[in-house]
Design a protein around this ligand. Structure first.
Ligand code: GLN
Length: 310
């Protein structure tokens, strides 16, 4: 692709219209009952261009929960506080053919496969220092910083719904605690994970997050407070190999960009050294990735030749 590729509103309009009905081929997540309340036909697409300009279309005001996309921010903070070595002594850099909530090899080698699956993310968050909800507050504040949006917070109803139905995540947590990977009392650490998943954002916020990791952790407005090329390289590599769960390999072939999805229906995409893309539509495919968001990203990437492998 070309370094100066700039996306305009007309192109996004065309792409959104083409894919508007594809939500019919997916299904809104309801294993966390609160998520089931989303309007399946909601759709939004946002781009932060390489010059920091933002173009957004569709349901741009629609807020939804960040879910697994929070895992890249918790990974960032855990690495900043502990160093990459400590974090990856506790888990692997592996990809996977298993769903995001799989126990994978927690019963054999004892360590999560990577920080993008639930087990690895629960462990990542437990490596963030602080008591009670402090680790969560650090994640929330980092998302506020990256999006330059002090209003960002979590949804109490989604959080409660996650807690009530999160027994699989609870099982992973206690298995890792049994394996000596997590210490500490009670469920504070697990609750921090449930809270981070319940943070509400918009498609534009996701585009800003994508931009941040695409550009050495420099914010879309040029703020360099967290400027760190090796960190963004690490986070993007995890997004590329595991950010779309077991679909990551096929996604690398078709889209070819570091991306992270969440079961709230969002996808954040990093176009290295260029732009950030945020896409939203809550109906998901069988892997837990948004059907319409994926198709919009695919069209945009083809139109602008953005794949890393193009
Ligand atoms: N909160 C969700 C869960 O733990 C996050 C999963 C996801 O977005 N893939 O199941």
């Amino acid at each position: 692709g070309t370094k100066t590729a700039i996306v305009d509103k007309a192109l996004l309009d065309k792409i959104l219209d083409k894919n508007r009905q594809s939500f019919n081929e997916g299904k809104v997540a309801d294993y966390i009952p609160e998520l089931g309340k989303a309007n399946a036909s909601s759709i939004a697409l946002s781009v932060v261009n390489s010059d920091g300009t933002i173009v957004s279309i569709g349901d741009v005001q629609q807020r939804f929960t960040i879910q697994s996309i929070s895992k890249i921010v918790s990974l960032m903070i855990a690495v900043l506080e502990n160093g990459e070595q400590v974090v990856f002594n506790n888990m692997g850099y592996y990809g996977t053919d298993k769903p995001f909530n799989h126990f994978a090899n927690l019963e054999t080698s004892g360590k999560p496969l990577n920080p993008m699956m639930n087990a690895g993310a629960i462990l990542t968050t437990s490596l963030i220092k602080g008591t009670g909800e402090e680790p969560f507050l650090k994640i929330r504040n980092m998302i506020r910083f990256i999006t330059n949006n002090e209003k960002i917070d979590y949804s109490k109803s989604v959080y409660n719904s996650e807690r009530e139905t999160g027994n699989r995540n609870r099982g992973m947590f206690y298995l890792m605690r049994n394996n000596g990977l997590i210490d500490g009392e009670g469920e504070d650490k697990l609750n921090n994970y449930f809270k981070q998943c319940s943070i509400e954002i918009t498609a534009e916020d996701l585009a800003k997050i994508g931009f941040f990791f695409a550009n050495h952790c420099v914010r879309y407005d040029g703020n360099k407070q967290y400027n760190n090329p090796s960190l963004s390289q690490l986070v993007q590599s995890q997004m590329l190999i595991a950010g779309m769960y077991e679909f990551s390999g096929e996604y690398a072939r078709t889209v070819g960009l570091p991306s992270k999805s969440g079961v709230g229906g969002g996808i954040a995409v990093s176009v290295p050294n260029k732009m950030g893309i945020g896409a939203y539509s809550p109906a998901l495919d069988q892997h837990g990735n948004s059907v319409a968001a994926y198709r919009m990203i695919l069209d945009l990437v083809r139109e602008k030749s953005l794949s890393l492998f193009y």
